[in-house]
Design a protein around this ligand. Structure first.
Ligand SMILES: C[S@@+](CC[C@H](N)C(=O)[O-])C[C@H]1O[C@@H](n2cnc3c(N)ncnc32)[C@H](O)[C@@H]1O
Length: 226
């Protein structure tokens, strides 16, 4: 099982390398536009596992009252540089330090994939808890279940570990937490920010379409009932 303290330490140590890599592409950021476009200017948005804040927290904080949460202090320090108007909170997404019904949207880009599989449902339940009725979620997961580690990520000598639940399991977790999946996209393993639409809207067909995707990453747009 992923050692959470090792992941936290790894993101502290690799903050600059990860930030440099993230800077080279706006990967996935275009998918944020639908969420942001549906929110009022005073909406409150949580970026869960915000990392160094670029490009997601930076973009979100242009039009919303955005909060970046991460358990790595070094990532949050960089987020302060890239998204200076966003609030930053150090914490663990398995036990969000926020009251129920306190956000209009939650986004989580490549962050839940570091949480032990046994805790993924807890994280999705936490997202549902802090969202208001009708709240929106944009969540990134690996398309296929995979658990593993890289002892030398970015050739840095620092290790990193992942626990990826896969798209089917994530569908079930979202449903169990009370979300309806409204859209889903596959994203290739590249720095491109182009996402291939693999499905639209809230029915079982969406899941089938995602299963046929070869893309390693699946983004889910989901919503709580009003
Ligand atoms: C791959 S980075 C993604 C950063 C950012 N979302 C992005 O789009 O580049 C994963 C981030 O999730 C954070 N993270 C992983 N597990 C976490 C947890 N249980 N609670 C809070 N943050 C976590 C890490 O510290 C890291 O900053």
């Amino acid at each position: 099982m992923v050692d959470k303290q090792a992941v936290q330490r790894g993101y502290d140590e690799l903050a600059e390398q990860y930030d440099g890599w993230r800077e080279r592409g706006g990967r996935g950021v275009d998918l944020l536009d639908d969420v942001l476009g549906a929110l009022s200017p005073d909406a409150r948005l949580l970026d869960a596992g915000c990392g160094g804040g670029q490009p997601v927290l930076a973009r979100a904080s242009e039009t919303t009252d955005a909060v970046g949460l991460d358990f790595s202090g070094e990532q949050l320090r960089l987020a302060g540089e890239h998204a200076p108007t966003a609030d930053r909170v150090q914490g663990d997404m398995t036990a969000l330090p926020f009251a129920a019904d306190s956000f209009d949207a939650v986004v989580a880009y490549w962050s839940v994939i570091h949480v032990p599989l046994a805790d993924h449902q807890t994280v999705v339940d936490e997202f549902a808890r802090v969202l208001r009725p009708g709240g929106r979620l944009l969540l990134c997961e690996g398309t296929t279940e995979w658990v593993g580690e890289n002892p030398d990520w970015f050739d840095s000598g620092t290790g990193m570990a992942w626990e990826i639940a896969g798209a089917e399991a994530t569908d079930r977790q979202l449903l169990s937490a009370g979300f309806a999946v409204t859209d889903r996209w596959g994203l290739p393993e590249s720095l491109s920010d182009d996402a291939d639409a693999v499905g639209e809207n809230d029915d079982a067909d969406a899941a089938n379409e995602a299963e046929s995707s070869d893309d390693p990453w699946t983004f889910f747009a989901a919503r709580l009932p009003e």
